[in-house]
Design a protein around this ligand. Structure first.
Ligand code: ADP
Ligand code: MG
Length: 524
């Protein structure tokens, strides 16, 4: 050590003004923040979960029951709390459902860890115990996977389970679930599923019961010119990312015009360029053009004269879907085009839908695509309906592609807790306490479900455990306005196994990551 430091000069390693919290108090604050976020979504869990109304700075209102959406809309700043938001996001990305489950579980894991820390158990021991417990939980989930045929009836139950409690307007979840399963079946060709092949298209104005399933891609566009055909059968389709107008550079050129002849020649040149789009498309055999950029009125009228149906300013995502469904390439230029560049559809037509006109592209030659048209009285209803339908699509696919289904309604969680307690006995030392704490944390899910259906949570847990022990299956079933303990499979409450697997994995990861932190250094 240098003599100067020995003289007691302080050593600054942090920028002036930065905040530092250490040890127990850093842990406490992180745990508290994490728990607070989890408890914010608790009451939305399950079929009788309540909704949250979120109002942004600008006064925009979102009403939802969806965990991921709530956490996303909340303006969360605390870094540890932010990690729970990430858990929900990961859950949403990986399986599309179970976000509330994952967030509540993370919060409970933190709460139980807090008790262990109070009993002087070292964070590392808790982390090890939780990691071991998560592995055991996966075993329990595997054991719960139902040995059944994933037929349409069962998939409808899975889709319906994911939608119960979501505001589905005046349509019952079972009707929507049937649409969803039909949609997934149409585009799922055995081993491959492309999420892009199912579009959810929303519209306000009518009641939600007007929801329907259409085979094809639907876009919210009208033809660029009234004289264009409104329906084309056996259509050759071009998808272009080209602005159909006089090229900018030329339009900006200042013509050095000194005679009437020169002026006429310049105008003719411009006119012939505008006409050339229509003639070259016509010569190439194109019937319909979807253009992601603008089409000038004059080009539109030439296209109309050639009998071509054209749409301008088509959304990129719609253009991608149309290209995918029809087999069209995305064209960056309209010079040197040939038949390989185009796609085909059985029909492209403009149809009235409620008060609006929509373009239907049906029977695409390259891949099957379907659109679910959702209607609802207001924007809020439609938005929540769309979230519910998207969850339902995801769980249906997860059930088919990601390892089957398990009984819902808290049954799988009871099974996990039971397995953990049985195995904990054989685990040495204080780690055992952490495994038991994990079991308690997982049981918070059926307990919360029971609370949310208006049952006494303690009585419900006692009854659940005893039915589980006797019959190997038990859940908190929402019936009418109340709840009862029963067999989830008999009541058609079934979740994809992947939702449970992912929730355990991401909740454990986040909780252990938060527990490992003992020093928070924040710049100001
Ligand atoms: P998450 O965001 O975690 O998916 P949800 O609010 O969708 O939260 O609730 C999911 C839980 O609700 C699952 O455990 C599921 O099994 C359960 N559930 C769904 N429908 C019912 C029902 N009719 N009775 C009891 N539990 C149900
Ligand atoms: Mg759900």
């Amino acid at each position: 050590m240098s003599s100067r430091m020995q003289q007691g000069q302080p050593l600054f390693i942090l920028a002036e003004g930065s905040q530092r919290t250490r040890g127990q108090s850093a842990q406490d604050s992180n745990i508290r923040a994490g728990r607070a976020v989890a408890s914010a979504v608790r009451t939305t869990l399950g079929p009788r979960g309540m909704d949250k109304m979120l109002v942004s700075d600008s006064g925009e209102v979102v009403i939802t029951n969806d965990g991921a959406t709530i956490l996303d809309e909340m303006d969360i700043e605390h870094p540890a709390a932010q990690m729970i938001v990430e858990v929900a996001e990961t859950q949403e990305d990986e399986v599309g459902d179970g976000t509330t489950t994952a967030a509540v579980l993370t919060g409970e894991l933190l709460a139980k860890a807090e008790n262990l820390l109070d009993d002087d158990i070292h964070p590392t021991v808790i982390v090890e115990g939780y990691t071991e417990a998560a592995r055991l939980a996966q075993e329990a989930i595997d054991a719960q996977v139902l040995d059944v045929d994933l037929d349409d009836d069962l998939l409808v139950k899975v889709a319906e389970t994911s939608m119960t409690g979501k505001g589905t307007g005046d349509v019952t979840a079972d009707v929507l679930a049937e649409h969803v399963v039909r949609a997934v079946r149409m585009v799922h060709d055995g081993d491959r599923f492309d999420r892009d092949d199912i579009t959810v298209h929303t519209r306000t104005g009518a009641s939600s019961s007007a929801t329907e399933l259409v085979e094809g891609v639907i876009i919210d566009k009208e033809p660029v010119n009234d004289e264009m055909p409104r329906s084309v059968e056996d259509a050759t389709v071009a998808v272009a990312d080209v602005k159909l107008d006089v090229r900018k550079a030329e339009a900006d050129t200042e013509y050095n015009i000194s005679s009437v002849e020169q002026l006429t020649a310049a105008l003719d040149a411009e006119e012939s360029e505008l006409r050339s789009y229509a003639t070259s498309l016509k010569e190439a055999g194109v019937d319909v053009v979807f253009c992601t950029k603008s089409i000038s009125d004059r080009v539109a009228s030439y296209l109309a004269k050639e009998g071509i149906l054209a749409f301008k300013s088509v959304k990129k995502s719609d253009a991608r879907r149309i290209a995918h469904a029809t087999g069209a390439k995305r064209l960056g230029s309209l010079t040197d085009i040939d038949s390989d560049d185009f796609g085909h559809a059985e029909s492209v037509s403009i149809e009235k839908y409620g008060e609006d006109e929509l373009a239907f592209v049906e029977g695409g030659a390259a891949s099957q695509s379907v659109t679910l048209l959702l209607r609802g009285g207001t924007e809020h209803v439609v938005d929540e309906l769309e979230r519910a339908i998207n969850d339902a699509i995801d769980v249906t696919v997860a059930a088919i592609d990601k390892g089957g289904v398990v009984p819902g309604a808290g049954c799988t969680e009871v099974a996990i807790a039971d397995h953990l307690r049985a195995e904990a006995a054989g685990i040495e030392g204080r780690k055992q306490l952490a495994v038991e704490a994990f079991a308690d944390a997982v049981e918070a899910l059926p307990r919360t479900l029971a609370e949310n259906v208006g049952m006494d949570p303690i009585d419900a847990l006692v009854e659940l455990r005893s039915m589980y022990e006797n019959e190997g299956r038990a859940g908190v079933i929402a019936t009418g306005r109340f709840g009862e303990i029963g067999d989830p499979v008999d009541h058609g409450v079934i979740d994809p196994a992947a939702v449970k697997r992912e929730a355990v994995e991401s909740a454990t990861e986040a909780a252990t990551m938060i527990l490992r932190i003992d020093d928070v250094i924040a710049a100001e």
